[in-house]
Design a protein around this ligand. Structure first.
Ligand SMILES: [Zn+2]
Length: 377
């Protein structure tokens, strides 16, 4: 087992936390599941291995007895700012790369405030589907939407974003196809009609999303701007069958996009081996190892870490937590990521695959260096 506790981490995919951290047991619990059914927190989360492990960790962190209500009371004694600072600092997080589109920004700390309070560096992701929805709500002319989207992507770095993010796996799936402009424009009229009728928009028209994604890909490739794709495990809004990263083949094969680095998020769980395979065969594909979400226990984390390390070069692997809502997630991901990566590499050292020095070097790439280079931090 390698002791990686001294290594600072770059969390290459996570979300802001809520400004109001005072909450009851049920609310806290509900964040530790991707189930959206209201009964789930009550009946099932206390019986998941992940959550039971987390309560053990919090016992030491908050000097509290292990009863869930006592732990939540102990955390509620801190102000929201104090909690954020304590957790980011004790996890030795150097950089957070935040998808600021979710949860709703008005409920969350801004990225600037998270940096200031946490004493860490923060970088931002530009979520494409949210940008599409904002533009379609405002502009009635399809050409104008296309042009504005292209210009937002072109100016993304200037506007403080270090990468793009797409959640198309949550909408119409990762098989992003090429559509004629006519078909896309027809779908745009449908989306506009929905927006005008209901006053809001959740874009679900495949020709429209795919078309606009290709507009973004072309602009991203021109400036070597990375894009993260949600792949695999998510809530039931996502059809998991469409989240298999192998569906991205046409996009990955397209020569014009080879200068757009692609990051497959959440170890594509449970499609970890195919995802790591893509990182092993395409020079521009990277593979994210996420240690809070999916909420799996340590043996499963060891399994996906071993798979990723076995199949893909460590120079293609990036650490993340996918932490969201409460800073315990960002904290737990960093603690767990170091421990699991340290153990997996330790096993490989033990059987003579690599030596200790090589083990440390690979760990440093995954936890820190790869992300700094990829996102130009
Ligand atoms: Zn996420």
């Amino acid at each position: 087992m390698l002791d990686l506790s001294g290594l600072p981490v770059v969390d290459n995919h996570c979300h802001p936390v809520l400004r109001e951290q005072h909450m009851d047991v049920m609310q806290f619990r509900s964040y530790f599941s991707e189930a959206t059914h209201p009964d789930f927190a009550q009946q099932h989360i206390p019986h998941t291995i992940y959550y039971l492990w987390l309560l053990h960790q919090l016992t030491a962190l908050y000097w509290s007895e292990r009863r869930e209500d006592a732990l939540i009371a102990a955390r509620n004694r801190f102000t929201s700012d104090e909690l954020l600072r304590k957790l980011i600092q004790s996890a030795n997080i150097e950089t957070l790369i935040l998808d600021i589109a979710y949860p709703a920004p008005d409920r969350c700390y801004s990225s600037e405030t998270m940096a200031e309070i946490g004493g860490c560096r923060v970088a931002k992701l530009l979520r494409l589907e949210t940008l599409m929805e904002q533009l379609i709500m405002v502009f009635g002319d399809f050409d104008e939407v296309v042009e504005r989207l292209a210009s937002e992507v072109t100016n993304a770095r200037e506007h403080g974003f270090c990468a793009l993010k797409s959640i198309v796996a949550y909408r119409t799936g990762l098989m992003v196809s090429e559509w004629s402009k006519d078909k896309a424009a027809r779908a745009f009229i449908e989306a506009r009609a929905e927006a005008t009728k209901t006053g809001k928009l959740r874009v679900t028209q495949k020709p429209l999303i795919d078309y606009l994604l290709h507009v973004a890909f072309a602009r991203a490739a021109k400036q070597r701007l990375p894009i993260q794709f949600h792949t695999g495990y998510g809530d039931n809004d996502a059809d998991l069958r469409l989240g298999n990263p192998l569906h991205l083949r046409a996009v990955l094969e397209k020569r014009e996009y080879w200068d757009m680095p692609v990051v497959l998020l959440h170890e594509s769980y449970p499609y970890t081996e195919p995802g790591a395979y893509l990182a092993a065969v395409y020079p521009h594909v990277y593979f994210d190892l996420s240690y809070t979400i999916p909420f799996v226990e340590k043996l499963e984390m060891l399994a996906f870490t071993r798979q990723a390390l076995s199949v893909a070069p460590a120079s293609k692997l990036l650490y993340s937590s996918d932490g969201i809502y409460v800073p315990e997630m960002h904290w737990a991901g960093a603690m767990r990521g170091r421990s699991v990566i340290g153990q997996a590499l330790g096993e490989m050292i033990k059987i003579g695959e690599i030596d200790v020095q090589e083990g440390f070097a690979l760990a440093k790439l995954i936890l820190h260096d790869n992300a700094c280079a990829l996102y130009n931090l």
